[in-house]
Design a protein around this ligand. Sequence first.
Ligand code: 5GP
Length: 182
Amino acid sequence: MKNIEIDGLCFGTLISKEEISKKVKFLYDTLLINYKKKWPLCLVVLNGAAVFANELLQNIGSEVEISSLKVYSYKGLNSTNKITVDYIPYNLIKNRNILLIEDIVDSGLTLDFLKSELTNHGANRVECVTLLFKPSKYQYEIKPNYIGFNIGDEFVVGYGMDFNEKGRSLKNIYKNTIHKIN
Ligand code: 5GP
């Protein structure tokens, strides 16, 4: 598959759309088994997880509650190490079991923040399904409950994930191969 360029950075294919679809189906089947009695409230972590959540939840049925929240910590290729909250639906979370739907867990800062924030506002239990996980960057003991792919310490775009808000519509997942020179 061919390389692509976004804002002067070069990206090569890391995971094809076929591999992604197979994994998303596997994750859905696993969730279906584990939540067969009662699905938790699904909270999609925007913007990056929108595409993953759309494919993951497409067959879930009308009884499951799905909402979203929006937080961010990345600027360009790097984490700011600071979480900015745009929107959290605090009115929905009291006494609820929650499944966070994440595109990618890197250092774990966002996930750790969200777990504390939701628990402090009355959530009962907070679990997480993430499509991608960077084990070498992760700084916490408890890993996400459901992980699609483990990847290396690389910056990725596509399938909802961006570089400078671009690349979200790419069907495959790409990794940065050559850094910008100028
Ligand atoms: P963490 O808080 O775990 O360090 O980072 C989680 C958030 O950072 C993700 O939800 C995502 O928005 C962003 N992020 C981390 N790694 C990458 C990456 O390789 N590519 C993109 N596009 N975003 C990333």
